[in-house]
Design a protein around this ligand. Structure first.
Ligand SMILES: Nc1ncnc2c1ncn2[C@@H]1O[C@H](COP(=O)(O)OP(=O)(O)O)[C@@H](O)[C@H]1O
Ligand SMILES: [Mg+2]
Length: 277
């Protein structure tokens, strides 16, 4: 197919992560804050603003947590196990009762929307676990991803196959037979099938080798270059912050540090406590 109409196909061969850091040198912001890191040109594209909430009738897990991402930007959430990173993602996606605070997409308050309605509004979510149908083929997984589409989704599927060529080769195989890295490609591809404006990824590189991780990060950068915002939780904190426009360190359900990826990587406190020195 032609590459001219393929939004995932831009800038091949140029994977310099620095191009994702538009604006360059911003001021160091490692103060304890729950405010958004972005400038206030009308607010960030997606923001979970000052979110407090927990599961069911249980205690609050999030305490005034704020997470945001702008158009085409990569925002990364890091922090210790159990800090509430996945919970924050679920709150932004509408899978958690947000008792205080709000979620806004493109300036609109979507706090009351169901997850399905958020998909319709332009959000894609790849959860940390059970993010593919293992007994279905790769292609069936992508078709499931297109569930809200009433138009022809074949061109989008071709774009996903161009982004992850191995999936085209394995499209008739049950997804459960694929390697860990390939399964994550299926999960990301499935989420892309709704043509989201913002893609939320909870630990997309969990359990994969460093080489496969680099490869996945390159593909994620490629997706961001098409204008899709990426909000991602990562265990590989150092590597993820290297490709991040913006980073958040969450501790016990609250923002501990936030700033550009570069700032956080350079911050002695963040390095010592969260990046292994
Ligand atoms: N479905 C759930 N029901 C109740 N508590 C949960 C649930 N999922 C996570 N938690 C609790 O929320 C806290 C934060 O978990 P989580 O968001 O998964 O952390 P992280 O993703 O940063 O490792 C933990 O104390 C965890 O036990
Ligand atoms: Mg988690």
């Amino acid at each position: 197919m032609s590459t001219g109409d393929n939004p995932y196909q831009d800038d091949h061969g140029n994977h310099d992560a620095s191009v994702t850091r538009r604006g360059g040198e911003s001021t160091v912001d490692t103060t304890r804050t729950s405010g958004p890191v972005t400038d206030a040109r009308g607010g960030p594209f997606l923001i979970g603003d000052n979110m407090t909430g927990g599961y069911g009738k249980g205690p609050d897990i999030l305490h005034g947590c704020t997470i945001s991402v702008d158009k085409g930007e990569i925002a990364v959430i890091v922090g210790p196990n159990g800090a509430g990173k996945s919970t924050a993602m679920k709150a932004v996606f509408g899978m958690l009762d947000v008792r205080q605070g709000a979620v806004r997409l493109d300036g609109k308050d979507i706090t009351a929307l169901t997850p399905q309605d958020r998909v319709v509004a332009g959000m894609g979510f790849v959860p940390q676990t059970s993010n593919i149908f293992t007994s279905m083929t790769v292609e069936e997984n992508l078709e499931m991803g297109a569930f809200i589409r009433t138009d022809d989704y074949r061109p989008t599927m071709e774009q996903v196959y161009d982004l992850f060529p191995i999936l085209r080769d394995k499209r008739r195989q049950p997804a459960g037979e694929l390697s860990g890295g390939q399964r994550q490609q299926v999960a990301v591809g499935r989420a892309l099938m709704t043509q989201p404006k913002v893609l939320m990824l909870d630990e997309p590189t969990a359990g994969v080798s460093p080489i496969v991780m680099d490869e996945l990060f390159d593909r994620i950068i490629e997706v961001a270059r098409t204008g899709i915002s990426i909000l991602m939780v990562e265990q590989n904190a150092r590597q993820a912050l290297e490709i991040a426009d913006k980073g958040y360190v969450l501790v016990q359900g609250a923002n501990a540090y936030s700033g550009t990826g570069k700032d956080l990587l350079a911050d002695p406190e963040v390095r010592k406590s969260f990046l292994g020195g």
